[in-house]
Write a protein that binds this ligand. Sequence first.
Ligand SMILES: Nc1ncnc2c1ncn2[C@@H]1O[C@H](COP(=O)(O)OP(=O)(O)O)[C@@H](O)[C@H]1O
Ligand SMILES: [Mg+2]
Length: 397
Amino acid sequence: MRQRCSKRGFLIFVLGALSLQLLYKLIFIIYCDKEWAKDALHKLCDHYRNGLIDGNICHALCVSDEFKYQECFNYRHRKLALKMDWNGRPVMLKSLNPYLENFIPDLNKLRVTLDNSGKFDKQTSLNLLRNKLSSQIKKYVQPTTFNFDDVYKKMWTGNSFNFGKEEIISIGSLGLQREYLFLQFYTDILNFPDVLGTCGHMYLVEYTPPPWTLNPSASGLQEVSSLTSWTWNHRVKLALAFLSMLRTFEEHFHDVFYLCDIKHPNFGVTDDFVVKAIDVDMAYFKQTVENFMRKRRCTKETAQSACRFFDCITECDENIGKCKPYRINSNFQVVCKKIFIGDSLHPGILRSPPKEVASRLDALLHQCSNTFQNGNLATANSTFYNLKNLLEQTITV
Ligand SMILES: Nc1ncnc2c1ncn2[C@@H]1O[C@H](COP(=O)(O)OP(=O)(O)O)[C@@H](O)[C@H]1O
Ligand SMILES: [Mg+2]
């Protein structure tokens, strides 16, 4: 009997050890680590040394060794997000894909190859790049006027303008990244991080971390919950900074800017309380969202998932079996729900208010998180103003 028990115990122990090992391997496959990040940087610098890429920070990154790797925030094989120290300044090195090779299919369309197999014809590649960039920019950035030379100047950080292979490869791969396009085009908007430079397909932006990181005691899983230990005054300032960003995104552009992936990690904050959208891969202009929503098929049963693109929600037109194009919620509604109120796993920044304002605040938060109309003009409605006023009243300077 005892022998059978110990055999069973041994079996459980072995199975437990195996599953732990499997779990460890899975985590290792999914998350990046120092070795992986350094390897991605080495590969980038090899390309620079081979004359395949260029950009204003390549020399500092690959030759004069001015950057020190600090941390990576991405999953392997997905968007690259590395925190680096640049002569004492924290910065983020980013790219939609970690390796230049990930862009090969698109670069081939510009008639450039990363090896010497294809002949490089400057004029042909430049014409193809011109077409590609103008379609990308008209589609996503939607500037009121478009002039290729101006666009090129905005996109290119290198000193030379000779349209060589290294320039075409670098701009060709950067031009495929919507986040880079947005940041370089809307440099006048405070609510985007500044681009500091590029090297090949990677771009360097200012480090504006999600708010919890500013709390020195924050680490690991307690990250978001550590926000609750911020003083009310700080949290209100942060909430007001969110409101100011929402106003900008409704008013500043030619069309309302829809943030379709609103969550704590996608927003950073500066020391002087400016909220910055640090992940704009799921942000589109209103018209773009409407164009792709109206093509989606739906039924009464599938409406909830079919007519929803992350935080951008529309309704099903059951008569024609397609989603209605118009968003029924707004950036403001989602920020109220996910950032201000939160849930048990992600405490909102306006939790635990002072007693004097608790019930008024509660009513306003209830209103704004449940307002499913007028998606575009949310910051013009009275709830927005009332919330802003109430918050301002509670600040002590
Ligand atoms: N400019 C930045 N400043 C500080 N941290 C950043 C910045 N950009 C990204 N990060 C960090 O890296 C993480 C991943 O970057 P993100 O662009 O959100 O990629 P993903 O598509 O993987 O969500 C973010 O959640 C944030 O923690
Ligand atoms: Mg993100």
